[in-house]
Ligand binder design. Structure first.
Ligand code: NAD
Length: 499
């Protein structure tokens, strides 16, 4: 066990600046309109820095810088870019603890997650795409004796990326690594709730990239996000966030006929068939842990297993066991490495989750555990802490259909395989799902039948860079991670040559 010192204390690993500007053309640049907003830490609820409040003018300045850098960066070789991405990964690894504390302080999530998952995954994404771009080859096909088709991969040019607040550094990395590997310049807008850790990251790695290749404009969605997403000078917009915002992004993109990658909401089902339970068995232990994943990252995960579907014949004993398991999840100071559930990312999110705790009760759902605010007292008394909560109810309830984005799972039962699949697919969303069964045939068939882009079978919440990730239905368009991601950041040029 270790407890990291809070930023502001003399032995803290992180020193935040009191004021952050935009990062444009390799320089820290004040906002054109001179306005800033306060950034609170969810750990204490108290502001710890000011952030530049960007507008359309700042977006134009960032696009000027990106376009100035684009000809050289677009023309650089995959080998040159791979060297830079690997250097970024190395430097992040050297400063992993510092970045992990910065991320925890800005977002509220437990430091054990930032240390052991978010940062290592982010580092691996840079390394993965450094390797992937070197292995990418164009295609040559002989069409007929005197006609040959050559295929080339070209960068799109300058792209826009809009980042959510639930995994600030990791989500920025998911978008940056493939875009940069493919030779694009980027203007990125962090979420207004959690801008600071991405800015700390660029204080650390900014010098490794040519000026203007990555530019960061801070600010709010309507003021800075919209002028970026609707701008005629970007060749693609990538977005992660709410489904209603995703619809707007697509409208803006349609004006300019540019591609979108949209990672949107989810209401992921986690299916437990009747063969999962046994006493003192490693598989059953893993399945319970899979259930408890609803509280990972305080439930602020687009693939949060927020609907648990349990076969009726085992529901009583199953729920008794997972309630006991959930009550053992350690809550507390996010900077304590033993803490498993920390603070929600913002006051708005805290209020939204509390309102769903009320909605669930009003709908007649039963609270099996949790159901309220976690009072940690002392310096944490104004932080945003919610108890991991299990509701039992019916799939038609709002708590089963709407994205709560908190440590809240809504549990219900199914009778047989077909009933399980029917309930699993009875949702607007289709991002993630889990299937738990010792029977390989059941698990495989369920995995294929669920309408979701990612189905974890007998595990939950792994995010390797090599595995394609993205949504069906209202959960989005396109995929992230995997080699195929390079295609989303490249044009394919075909030359048909006669000899
Ligand atoms: P949001 O979609 O409004 O914000 C995400 C990002 O989009 C932020 O950077 C924001 O500034 C930007 N944005 C907002 N409006 C914009 C616009 N008109 N044009 C361009 N950019 C814009 O989400 P939120 O309000 O921060 O969170 C609301 C809910 O969304 C959450 O409660 C949660 O349910 C969901 N959410 C989902 C994910 C996910 O990964 N699926 C991530 C974050 C939030």
């Amino acid at each position: 066990m270790a407890v990291y010192a809070a930023p502001g204390q003399p032995d803290s690993l992180v020193t935040f600046k009191s004021r952050y500007e935009h990062y444009i053309g390799g320089e820290w640049v004040p906002p054109v309109k001179g306005r800033y907003f306060e950034n609170p830490s969810p750990v204490t609820g108290k502001a710890f820095c000011e952030i530049a409040r960007g507008t359309a003018e700042d977006i134009e300045a960032a696009l000027d810088a990106a376009h100035a850098a684009a000809p050289a960066w677009n023309a650089s070789s995959p080998a040159e870019r791979a060297v830079i991405l690997n250097r970024i990964a190395d430097r992040m690894e050297q400063h992993l603890e510092m970045l992990a504390v910065a991320e925890t302080w800005d977002n509220g999530k437990a430091v054990r997650e930032t240390l052991n998952a978010d940062l290592p995954l982010a580092i691996d994404h840079f390394r993965y795409f450094a390797g992937a771009i070197r292995a990418q080859e164009g295609g040559i096909s002989q069409i007929s004796e005197d006609l040959v088709a050559y295929h080339y991969h070209e960068p799109l040019g300058v792209v826009g990326q809009i980042i959510p607040w639930n995994f600030p550094i990791l989500m920025a990395t998911w978008k940056l690594a493939p875009a940069l590997a493919a030779g694009n310049c980027v203007v990125i807008k962090p979420a207004e709730q959690t801008p600071a850790s991405i800015l700390v990251l660029f204080e650390l790695i900014g010098d490794l990239l040519p000026p203007g290749v990555v530019n960061i404009v801070n600010g709010f969605g309507a003021e800075a996000g919209k002028p970026l997403a609707s701008n005629k000078r970007i060749r693609k917009i990538a977005f992660t966030g709410e489904t209603t915002t995703g619809r707007l992004i697509m409208q803006y993109a349609s004006e300019n006929i540019i591609p979108v990658t949209l990672e949107l909401g989810g209401k992921s089902p986690n299916l437990f068939f009747d063969d999962v339970m046994a006493q003192d068995d490693a598989y059953w232990d893993k399945a319970q842990e899979g259930f408890a994943m609803f509280a990972l990252n305080q439930g602020e995960v687009c693939t949060c297993p927020s609907r648990a579907l349990i076969q009726e014949s085992i529901a009583g004993d199953f729920l008794d066991a997972v309630v006991e398991r959930t009550e053992r999840i350690k809550r507390g100071n996010p900077l304590d490495t033993d803490t498993m559930v920390g603070a929600q990312a913002s006051n708005d999110q805290f209020e939204k989750i509390k309102s769903y705790l009320d909605i669930g009760r009003q709908e007649g759902a039963q609270v099996l555990t949790g159901g309220g605010v976690e009072d940690l007292g002392g310096e944490f008394s104004e932080g945003y802490y919610i108890q991991p909560t299990i509701f039992r109810g019916d799939n038609s309830m709002r708590i089963f259909q709407e994205e709560i984005f908190g440590p809240v799972v809504s549990a219900t039962t199914f009778t047989d395989f077909d009933d399980a699949i029917r309930i699993a697919n009875d949702t607007l969303y289709g991002l993630g799902a889990g299937v738990w069964s010792r029977n390989g045939n059941t698990a495989y068939r369920a995995g294929r039948a669920i309408q979701a882009g990612r189905v974890w079978v007998n595990n939950y919440h792994a995010y390797p860079a090599h595995a394609a990730f993205g949504g069906y239905k209202s959960s989005g368009i396109g995929r992230e991670n995997h080699l195929m991601m390079l295609d989303h950041y490249q044009q394919t040029k075909n030359l048909l040559v006669s000899y």
